[in-house]
Design a protein around this ligand. Sequence first.
Ligand code: ATP
Ligand code: MG
Length: 445
Amino acid sequence: MSNEFDFRIKKIGDCKIPSPMPFSNIQGDRIANFVRDDQYVLHSVIKGDNQDKKNVYEYALEMAGPREKVFFNPGHIHAGIVTCGGLCPGLNGVIRAIVRTLWQRYNVRRISGVQYGYVGFMPESNLPVKTLDPDIVDDIHNMGGSILGSARGGSDVIKIVDALEQLNMNMLFTIGGDGTQRCALEVTEEIERRNLKITVVGVPKTIDNDISFIDKSFGFDTAVSKAEAAVHAAHVEAKSAIDGMGLVKVMGREAGFIAAHTTLATSDVNFCLIPEVPFRLDGERGLLKQLERRLDRRKHAVILVAEGAGQELLKETGEKDPSGNKKLADIGLFLKDSIISHFKSIGREANLKYIDPSYMIRASKANPNDSLYCARLGANAVHAAMTGRTAMLISEWNNCFVHVPIQMAVSKKNRVDPESPLWRDVLEATQQPITMMDTADKKNK
Ligand code: ATP
Ligand code: MG
């Protein structure tokens, strides 16, 4: 039996307490629509996956949602929320949903926000927790950023669990990317070692969409719509100048989903460059020659580059951020300089406008699609935590909300597959060559 997939979800105990949910609306109506523990969502809906021979934990994910019995007595809960890593549209929407669901559906009255990511747990940071209630979070979904602040670093697992014990926190929601969730997983292991009854449930935040087993992460939709505006501006600039070129850099350290989707959304991009597809600048097939040909033909060009693309062309910075992530060299500025000097060297004036909307995108408020998504992710995170489920993330998979073990979600990163229909559609939309590498490069690979 292969162990490639194991979607079993851990629990810190049995659920014996009837959920307070059925009586939680003002009219006292039964509104819960409880989900049964034997309801699953198929991992693959593609026929030919040989599901018959597999154990349910290998091919299906547990359905999210409220259960009839819960683990926690609501009066005994102290819930904590922490947001870590880079900013992403929708953080406040998730915080709001968690607070409102805890308060209104489960009558939980002690909810605290940990400030500035895991750093807020460190005793030396001296940051008090923030009390949260529905009034405090009422309008926060209309603001970008996180009302709790966010940070990298500070992930000392022992100190985090010490702080949880000191705060008497028995429920923690970790909103963050792969780094945050890896740390959350280690926290659950330390909790287990100390034999504590503390549950940790994550909401995956990755604007790049690079976490596995989630159809699409929150903030991604907003990111694409903001990037679309930047590409539109680049296109207008390029079309209005002789040999005009627009260059836009978007997020995507290791996965080019934002660039790929923005390309398809705008139809204005002529060269989409992503980390998964290497390219070179010089040579007959290289980007610079391709740009010359494109300008000969159409007089303007738009290039969209993901921040992690073409790193092999650049000198490594050798630097790391406080979370230990490699600092990338700036491909946007490098391309800008290379293109301008190339056209100068061939005696052709290049009119290139460079737009980097990254921080505008990260800091913007969520669009309606992301807002409703955040609300549902947050609510389902609470339903899961109430049942004592732990070391798991809330995700949407095959259009259903599901539970995914953190272990599975961080086991490999989601990437754009250059053989996939998505990338094929991008190539059709841009008309860029399938490869901008030389035959020799391929052989050397
Ligand atoms: P982003 O999408 O912004 O990168 P992220 O959650 O991956 O989100 P990081 O800054 O990498 O952001 O990590 C967030 C927190 O998790 C930091 O406090 C960091 O110290 C911690 N962390 C990162 N990687 C790990 C790891 N492998 N193990 C334990 N903790 C980690
Ligand atoms: Mg990360």
